[in-house]
Ligand binder design. Structure first.
Ligand code: FMN
Length: 178
């Protein structure tokens, strides 16, 4: 089985997960910008690793654009976000990102990093103003992304954990045996 692991990462967390997956599967991880159509065509399994920004997984646009070239392949998306893992959040992410997409995709999730100091000006301003706007709101009124943002308290976090890669690899191996 030839794996193509592609990643797109603004702040490094998706790249770190892609490298862990690459190490485990023994195939290189390629940045999305460097990915050529021919690489997609020769792969059996395509694995996209991308950060979540305002509910959207980076790189999904590309996957959708390449639909006709990859529709016969096994496709896996490993989304990386600041929210704590839960099945409901993964379901929400799937729903948000599968609009206008006819591909069959297996979704996984890994908790990434959060550091406002390392964000670009626009992202930092957005995250800070959102956190401010959420102050005093009831937790029950918030969705998972909002809760994650509030829980950071503006501090730096690194939640990267091999357990998420192991969960992903288990899914890959189960679907290969099916
Ligand atoms: C502008 C912005 C929006 C974000 N939106 C979400 C979100 O909707 N859900 C989530 O779980 N995390 C969200 N995050 C957190 C990122 O997904 C997290 O920092 C992740 O590790 C980023 O991946 P990267 O380091 O590969 O870029 C957001 C971060 C930024 C800067």
């Amino acid at each position: 089985m030839k794996n193509l692991i592609i990643y797109t990462s603004k702040y490094g967390a998706s790249q770190r997960y892609a490298e862990m997956i690459s190490h485990a599967l023994g195939d290189p991880a390629t940045e999305l910008k460097q990915c050529k159509k021919q690489m997609l065509e020769t792969a059996d399994r395509i694995i996209l690793v991308g950060g979540i920004y305002a509910g959207k997984i980076a790189g999904m646009k590309y996957v959708k654009k390449m639909e006709r070239h990859i529709k016969m392949k096994k496709i896996y998306v490993f989304a990386v976000g600041a929210s704590a893992y839960c099945d409901d959040y993964l379901e929400e992410i799937k729903m948000n990102n599968m609009k206008n997409c006819n591909l069959s995709i297996s979704f996984s999730y890994g908790q990434g990093t959060y550091d406002e100091e390392k964000m670009n000006f626009k992202d930092r301003a957005l995250c800070r103003s959102l956190r401010k706007a959420l102050q005093g709101k009831e937790v029950s009124e918030m969705d998972a992304s909002m809760r994650a943002l509030v829980n950071t308290q503006g501090k730096a976090h690194d939640w990267i954990d091999k357990k998420y890669v192991d969960m992903f690899l288990k899914k890959v191996s189960e679907s290969s045996n099916a």
